[in-house]
Design a protein around this ligand. Sequence first.
Ligand code: UGA
Length: 444
Amino acid sequence: MRIAVIGTGYVGLVTAACLAQAGHEVLAIDRDAMRVQMLHDGQVPFYEPGLAGLVQQGVGQGRLRFETAMAAVSMAQLAFICVGTPPRPDGAADMHQLFDAARELAAWMAPDCLVVQKSTAPIGTADRVAAAVQDGLAQRGLAREQQRVRVAANPEFLREGTAVRDFGEPDRVVIGVEHVDDARLLRELYRPFVSQATQLLVMDRRSAELAKYGANSMLAARVALINELARIAQATGADIEQVRAVLGSDPRIGPQFLAAGCGYGGSCFPKDVQALGVLADCLGVDVPMLHAINGSNELHKRHLVERLSQALGGLAGRTVAIWGLSFKPETDDLREAPSRTVIDLVVERGACVQAFDPAAMQAAARVWADVPQVRLCESPMHAARDADALVLLTEWAHFREPDFAALARSLRGHLVLDGRNLWRAAQVQAAGLRYLGVGRPGSE
Ligand code: UGA
């Protein structure tokens, strides 16, 4: 098929590269000329395992092209809208880029092109995109019979760090359409990616849109709740890891997304939970649980700093080593990462930070450029040197089996706060270090 993808962020670029690899002719359009040039040269502007190779392959084989001009979209049978919907100051999704893209698309696309709305956007957005496309086609003076606007909502569920695999082996493909026959092309497109384990769910557009926000809100709530349980475990001497095993063995709950830690981050959970709450408020729907999720997560990050402060007898004048800055492993993304809150609070309370991350050092250099108290170090052991405590914030495989004896020689304060429960207390303590985990007994 001939496919256009508008927007080359995470979702757009992964979609474009994976579809090109599946043999389609893909044109990816982005307004950012520098980004387009980089991609054209096979360079991916963010760290995502496997993606650069796919982009280079697609470009090399002539199946993947990058453009800034929307005019080129006229070739497409299918056009994905994958632009950002960042939060506005009030927390609602900013829809400017999305409607700009829809209008521009309508100015150039073939009248029978299927427009596929993939950006995470409020319920009813696909209807508004359809109206914008309808207007655009009418302005081109196209005859009425040429104007059956086809817009689908096709939310994406890929995760950063495993995006290429998630696209290629999805748990489910959600296709929201107004007319069932609009689903035909998308079913055909996704057929190579759909295994027996994949659910292909065709539904109305609004349900598809709500399902995306619903999934992220449900997952965020799970993480917030397990972290609240961890704090109760902390206060009572119970072990959250044992509790997790019990909860996970209940098929109604399931074992995934039950890892207690230092709170969730990323460009999706905090933003989507908030945007859905704002949308509900606008609709006059009471959603107290939804409004509580991000607040609970914020509290959890603050609680971690409070524990550190208590264990050190205050933070003023201390040096804190941080291992892991990205919001999760296998990404360099620092958006809403727990490290942002933890480092800012630690610095606010008068401490200095020595930090290391396997992938996010460039991004970190930009984020903390004006904060002299934050020093980025070339290795985990450099970060730990002469620090009063080590705090682990991202469970990179890199940090799984450190040399604890060497760490004990470097770390002046001999205190380890494991914000991801990555290590066993005994293995850390055997090296003569104090160990604090999240919701685990005997850890202080
Ligand atoms: C999330 C969803 O998982 C994807 O399905 C969705 O497509 C994506 O948002 C999106 O809307 O684009 P992502 O933000 O990449 O994906 O990251 P997750 O793997 O979901 O992790 C989110 C956060 O929760 C991370 O900070 C992670 O450390 C934390 N987490 C996750 C926990 O603290 N405990 C867990 O058990 C699981």
